[in-house]
Design a protein around this ligand. Structure first.
Ligand code: SAM
Length: 240
């Protein structure tokens, strides 16, 4: 990271009231370098400008603090993590968390395993698989928090994510733009899966004028065994 990128990163952290140790800064620097390096040989992220990586990937991932305090929870799963967003920045900033990253693309999992090793992160696992399959296995209803960004529309995403959440746990979907229509279309799906929309938190991505929102869903009841449906169905036929 150059000086300007570091300044933007620190500005964003300041707005979010997040304080990092020297080791945590070092981990963000290393992750930044690895993203750029690996992106030359595999398609990891469309964002390659340093300032954009800092703001749209690192700071954006950490906006989870607008919904809840990560210090109050233990187990987190990031569904469709891609190059590690939002899961890796959350894990670096809150090392006490037990983090599980899930993605259906094996090459991204390979990259993430390398990141985990190079950064020396502990208590973090990256799993190659589809949410629809993993949601019926040993990860079902195990997490205090499920996060997901840029994976599917809210109705489909809820079917991927809510099954992983413990009763009384939380699912936070990272979204952008006006969510009225998507929220209205997903309300019944969320309810059928055992959740309720607690709040839509709208804000500008720190240091920018880019609108973002977090859809915060609380799991009130256990998810019926029929969900998630078979791989591919939640995206083709979202619950209405
Ligand atoms: N969350 C990351 C981010 O915000 O930068 C990546 C977003 S990328 C557009 C969507 C990712 O979700 C891809 O890496 C894809 O492989 C993964 N994905 C899509 N459907 C999935 C599913 N059903 N189960 C697991 N991963 C899935």
């Amino acid at each position: 990271m150059n000086k300007e990128e570091i300044v933007k990163f620190m500005e964003g952290l300041d707005i979010l009231n997040i304080y990092l140790s020297e080791n945590q800064y070092r981990q963000f620097h290393k992750f930044f370098d690895m993203l750029l390096e690996w992106n030359e040989v595999m398609n990891l992220t469309a964002i390659t400008d340093g300032i954009e990586i800092v703001q749209k990937h690192f700071i954006d991932s950490l906006t989870i603090v607008k919904a809840l305090d990560p210090m109050d929870i233990d187990r987190v799963i990031d569904v469709g993590t891609g190059a590690g967003f939002p899961g890796i920045p959350i894990k670096i900033a809150y090392p006490h968390l037990e983090m599980t990253l899930v993605d259906s693309l094996e090459k991204r999992v390979k990259f993430l395993n390398e990141v985990i090793k190079e950064l020396g992160l502990k208590n973090i696992t990256c799993i190659h698989g589809r949410a629809e399959d993993l949601g019926h296995g040993e990860l079902r209803e195990q997490f205090d928090l499920c996060v997901s960004r840029a994976v599917a529309n809210l109705a489909t995403l809820s079917e991927y994510c809510v099954p992983f959440v413990k009763p009384n746990g939380n699912f936070v979907a990272y979204k952008s733009g006006n969510m009225n229509e998507e929220l209205a279309a997903a309300r019944n799906a969320v309810h059928m899966l055992g959740g309720e929309v607690k709040q839509e938190i709208a804000f500008f991505l720190p240091g920018t004028d880019i609108p973002r929102s977090l859809i915060w869903i609380v799991k009130e009841m256990r998810t019926p065994q029929i969900y998630p449906r078979k791989a591919g169905i939640p995206s083709k036929q979202p619950i209405e």
